[in-house]
Design a protein. Structure first.
Length: 153
C-alpha cells in the first residue's frame, strides 16, 4: 500500500511541473525579424568577401589586353594554357631534385606576354625563377627559357 501511495505522489509531482511557455505571435514575429536582419548582414559580408576573393585571384599582370593575341591563335584560355604547359615541362626547372625527390611547380604567375615567375620544389629543396616564354603560332607549343633563378634551399 505504501508503494502505491508513493507512486501516486510521484505521478502527481511530475504532472505538476510547469508546461513550456507558450510564445505569442508577436514574440515569434520579433524573432523572425531579428533572424532576417542577421541573414541580410551575413549576405552582405559574404558578398564583400567574394569581391575580395575575386580580386585576390585575378592576375593583374595578365588580362584581356594580353590575352587578345593568344585568342586570335585559337587559344581560348591563354593563362591556363601557358600555366599547364609550364607545369607539364618540369625539365625547364634549373634545379635538380635531391634525395630522390622530383621537382615540380608550386606557384606560377604570368607576367604579361613575355615573362613568368614560378616557384618549384621537390619536397626537400625549393627555388624560384623568372622565365621568358613564347608560343609558336604554327604548333601552339610554348617554349620557356630561364632568365634568372633564386635557390631557397
Amino acid at each position: 500500500m505504501r508503494i502505491s501511495i508513493v507512486l501516486c505522489l510521484l505521478l502527481l509531482v511530475s504532472a505538476c511541473k510547469e508546461s513550456p511557455k507558450n510564445t505569442t505571435l508577436e514574440e515569434d514575429s520579433s524573432k523572425i525579424t531579428t533572424l532576417n536582419n542577421k541573414l541580410q548582414t551575413m549576405e552582405k559580408e559574404r558578398d564583400s568577401l567574394q569581391i575580395l576573393l575575386d580580386n585576390a585571384t585575378t592576375n593583374k599582370w595578365f588580362g584581356e589586353m594580353e590575352s587578345r593575341a593568344f585568342k586570335e591563335m585559337g587559344i581560348d584560355t591563354p593563362e591556363k594554357y601557358i600555366r599547364v604547359a609550364l607545369q607539364n615541362n618540369p625539365s625547364v626547372i634549373p634545379l635538380d631534385g635531391v634525395l630522390g625527390g622530383t621537382m615540380f611547380f608550386t606557384d606560377i604567375e604570368i607576367l604579361g606576354t613575355k615573362w613568368i615567375i614560378a616557384s618549384y620544389e621537390d619536397g626537400h629543396i625549393m627555388g624560384r625563377s623568372i622565365f621568358t616564354y613564347k608560343i609558336n603560332p604554327e604548333t601552339l607549343e610554348v617554349e620557356f627559357d630561364v632568365l634568372d633563378k633564386v635557390m631557397d634551399y
